[in-house]
Design a protein around this ligand. Structure first.
Ligand SMILES: [Zn+2]
Length: 125
């Protein structure tokens, strides 16, 4: 079992990633929605400050990463957060076995153990 502190850290990382991805999506769709938090106001234009966010976004825009890919990542993050909430974060969704801590450290959105992953080859990691 992964200890709670580690899960708490992973959760924070996931939430952070989610926030960035939502911002990327917003940038891609060029929509001015009102449901975003006040971070948007702090970054009215990307690129004037070379912080992590700007870097991340420029990476997205200069590569072939599409909105669809971002949405899939978002789904994976939501799935991981959901499993954390339910207390089944390290439980394999296929066999019910434990997902190794190493695997979750390498890929925090993993929802299956190595064995099932190898058998099914559903995820691309
Ligand atoms: Zn499994």
């Amino acid at each position: 079992m992964i200890d709670e502190k580690k899960i708490e850290k992973i959760k924070k990382d996931l939430l952070k990633r989610k926030e960035q991805i939502l911002q990327d999506l917003q940038d891609l769709s060029k929509k001015d929605t009102h449901e975003t938090d006040n971070r948007t106001a702090k970054f009215p234009e990307y690129g004037d400050k070379p912080d992590e966010n700007a870097q991340e976004i420029s990476e997205y825009s200069t590569t072939v990463v599409t909105e669809k890919v971002i949405e899939k990542t978002l789904e994976e993050i939501d799935g991981a957060l959901d499993r954390i909430e339910k207390g089944i974060y390290d439980v394999c969704k296929y066999c019910g076995g434990e997902i190794s801590e190493k695997r979750l450290e390498a890929r925090s959105t993993a929802s299956s153990c190595i064995d099932c992953k190898t058998k099914l080859q559903e995820e691309n990691d």
